[in-house]
Design a protein around this ligand. Sequence first.
Ligand code: SAH
Length: 222
Amino acid sequence: MSVRHSGIGMTSLRTRVRMVERLREQGIKDEVVLAAMGFIPRHLFVEAALASRAYEDVALPINYGQTISSPWIVGRMTELLRNGGSNSLRKILEIGTGCGYQTAVLAKIASEVYSIERIGPLLTRTRIRLRELGILNIHLKHADGMRGLPEAGLFDGIMMTAVIPEIPETLLEQLAMGGRMVFPKGNRKQYLCVIDHTTEGFVETILDEVMFVPILPGTINR
Ligand code: SAH
């Protein structure tokens, strides 16, 4: 694993341990998620100028008007996706790759991660970053993620990291039986939402109030 922002490389492990302790205090309980977040060097996912703030519990800008989700949001959504480990996550679909931090955390807890991002140049940088970190069990795709990735499904878990008023039917159809989808739902008021694919159908649960950038249609190529 190459360390690019060398000056803070020495302190980042300690800072990460502190971030994990804080996440525990904030109610994240799944040790598998905490271990993944303790492992991934979050400071390498933001611009060098912001690296010293990477472990604070805030969302930070990552260019193109997008943000890296705060550590608590990443912890909470990943914990919800794992559902206490009851769902064996072989294949996951993420919609909204952004800087790839959430993708990297997902790659630690699942065998294979597919991730879709609509902004081409953002994805290009993320692709290089994830490769440099030696994270290989991921498939990145430049596309409008609203349609999902039917050719690669079904998925044991689907995570969307941009807010949407309602989940399209085509996405739900890509969720395997027993699988779970986690995403922010709403418009001005947003809530984390979980949809479980059960033998009785799709069951939706509304949870914490949150704040995300919106899901947008189409792609940006440069
Ligand atoms: N998990 C990311 C979150 C980035 S913000 C991170 O921590 O960096 C949400 C991301 O969703 C943005 O990168 C945005 O470009 C992307 N996005 C929005 N609408 C999309 C769509 N229809 N398809 C794919 N990605 C989309």
